[in-house]
Design a binder for this molecule. Sequence first.
Ligand SMILES: [Zn+2]
Ligand SMILES: [Zn+2]
Length: 131
Amino acid sequence: MIARNTRQKQVILNILSNTTCHPTADWIYEEARKVIPNISKGTVYRNLKILSQSGRITELRIDKSARRYDGNGHNHYHLKCENCGNVFDLEIPVRKELDQWAAEKTGVAVNGHNIEFFGLCRGCLLKINRS
Ligand SMILES: [Zn+2]
Ligand SMILES: [Zn+2]
């Protein structure tokens, strides 16, 4: 039983580490079925929840229609392209000082923050500039 759970988690982690597309749970389920044909949707969803709670992966709320998942458990910023709908990692350093700024300004305790940018990705910008 434990071995099976470990394998399911490993398969999900492999799927996430081999993509940069920040997939939805349904997409991950379809990929997991190629490796473990009898895996259930509930199992995939449950494992995604456990993995994100333990910080191995990140659950993104950037999409209102579906939760997306990120194999990178470390904090980093995202851009959601309003044209193609894809979610991209932004290669900029996380502004840790924002935590302290928010805490000092409001008197709350801040443990971290996420920033989600909206706009156009490089690929869509290129297409628009060409036409
Ligand atoms: Zn785009
Ligand atoms: Zn990411």
